[in-house]
Design a protein around this ligand. Structure first.
Ligand SMILES: Cc1cc2nc3c(=O)[nH]c(=O)nc-3n(C[C@H](O)[C@H](O)[C@H](O)COP(=O)(O)OP(=O)(O)OC[C@H]3O[C@@H](n4cnc5c(N)ncnc54)[C@H](O)[C@@H]3O)c2cc1C
Length: 257
């Protein structure tokens, strides 16, 4: 099977994020594989191990994205592709990314593409479904279970805590949700092997695209951190007095009563 994973390098949101002049400061920031893409990589490896074939991880990014691609290879993917837009474009949006991926997949024979449900930084959840639409293949989002039998695919998806079962067929694009699997950590032999696995680097030119073709359709006008939370207040004294004070504070300070 020809199994593809869409992977995005994201900021580690567990780390402190600095914003300077409306832009997230990259200097000193930690970068990781988008966590939902780790579920996609894990599932792709399992599909390959059960049904045969090859897992290719694709990212649209910069030179530094090589690090996350090598991690995916160390987990067990077979090949990686970096479409490096660093020299050609300053800002991209979902349109740019999908246009580039569409061009990449134009001459590929795809059985299944696995993406993350959402990227934890920009969080639009658009890339997977928009790409499937461009490739004219079905897509199922937020999947938590996947069974492939020949061309037929049975999927369980998360619908806000409930489950929905969907039957569809290959070729297919899915977006992966937490609970689908437990992504493995790269093993030491995996890390050693990853150094020798193929990592293809492409530029827009190689995909017969130029800057105008992928120019962003949207502009991010402002990025800001939420206001810092004030420390909570602990009420003291007799329970009856605390209740009175709480009601009074809800009326006078919080103004919710
Ligand atoms: C020229 C250019 C410059 C860019 N500069 C930056 C930047 O500085 N910082 C930054 O964070 N992003 C950058 N991007 C990436 C781009 O902004 C995002 O890929 C795009 O907007 C996706 O939006 P999202 O994060 O909401 O993804 P979502 O749609 O929420 O992501 C869902 C899933 O789609 C897939 N996906 C998303 N993005 C990519 C990708 N790039 N490659 C492969 N698969 C992907 C993943 O599987 C992901 O889990 C740039 C892109 C281009 C073309």
């Amino acid at each position: 099977m020809n199994i593809y994973v869409l992977m995005k390098k994201t900021f580690d949101t567990e780390e402190k994020i600095q914003i300077d002049g409306g832009v997230i400061e990259e200097e000193g920031a930690e970068f990781i594989i988008n966590p939902y893409d780790e579920y996609a990589i894990e599932e792709a490896i399992k599909i390959r191990d059960d049904h045969g074939g090859e897992v290719t991880v694709v990212t649209v990014g910069d030179e530094e994205s090589e690090q996350q691609l090598r991690t995916a290879l160390a987990m067990g993917a077979d090949k990686a592709v970096l479409v490096n837009t660093e020299d050609d474009l300053e800002d991209g949006d979902q349109y740019s990314t999908v246009r580039i991926l569409e061009a990449y997949f134009e001459d590929k024979d795809v059985d299944i593409i696995l993406a993350g449900n959402v990227a934890i930084d920009e969080a639009s959840g658009q890339v997977g479904p928009r790409l499937a639409d461009k490739l004219d293949i079905p897509y199922v989002t937020t999947i938590t279970n996947l069974e492939i039998g020949g061309e037929d695919v049975k999927i369980v998806r998360d619908v806000e805590g409930d489950e929905e079962t969907v039957e569809t067929s290959l070729p297919l694009l899915v977006t992966c949700q937490q609970g689908l699997n437990e992504p493995r950590y790269p093993s030491l032999p995996g890390i050693m092997k990853a150094k020798k696995k193929p990592l293809e680097e492409l530029e827009l030119d190689d995909l017969d695209l130029d800057e105008d073709d992928v120019e962003a359709k949207t502009e991010t006008v402002e990025v800001f951190l939420p206001p810092e939370k004030e420390a909570g207040r602990v009420l003291e004294g007799e329970t009856e007095d605390q209740v009175k004070e709480l009601v009074s504070l809800l009326k006078t300070e919080a103004k919710v009563l």
